[in-house]
Write a new protein. Structure first.
Length: 93
C-alpha cells in the first residue's frame, strides 16, 4: 500500500480533518506581510554591507550620524560617491 492509499484509508475512517484554507483576502494579506518582512530583511543586510564598506574605506560615518540610511547619512554617502573628499563640505546641508 502506497502513501496515497494509506492516507485515503485514514481519511475514510474519519481520522483526518479537512485542512484550513483562509479566505482570499487573508491569504493576500499574508503574502503582503511576508513580502514586507523579506524586504525589511534585505534592507537590513544591505545597510550592513554599506557600513562594512565604509569601515573598509576607513570612514567612520556611524560615529557622525545616528543612521547612515537617513537623510544626512545618504547625502554624505552620495557626496563621497560623487568624488567629494573635503570633510568640511561633506558636513554641510
Amino acid at each position: 500500500m502506497n502513501d496515497a492509499q494509506w492516507i485515503k484509508r485514514l481519511h475514510a475512517c474519519g481520522l483526518f480533518q479537512a485542512s484550513f484554507h483562509p479566505d482570499r483576502e487573508i491569504s493576500a494579506l499574508s503574502s503582503y506581510l511576508r513580502l514586507r518582512e523579506s524586504h525589511l530583511d534585505y534592507a537590513a543586510a544591505h545597510t550592513q554591507h554599506m557600513q562594512k564598506a565604509l569601515t573598509h574605506m576607513n570612514l567612520q560615518l556611524h560615529h557622525v550620524v545616528a543612521d547612515i540610511t537617513g537623510l544626512s547619512g545618504m547625502r554624505i554617502i552620495r557626496a563621497i560617491v560623487a568624488g567629494e573628499r573635503s570633510p568640511s563640505s561633506l558636513g554641510k546641508p
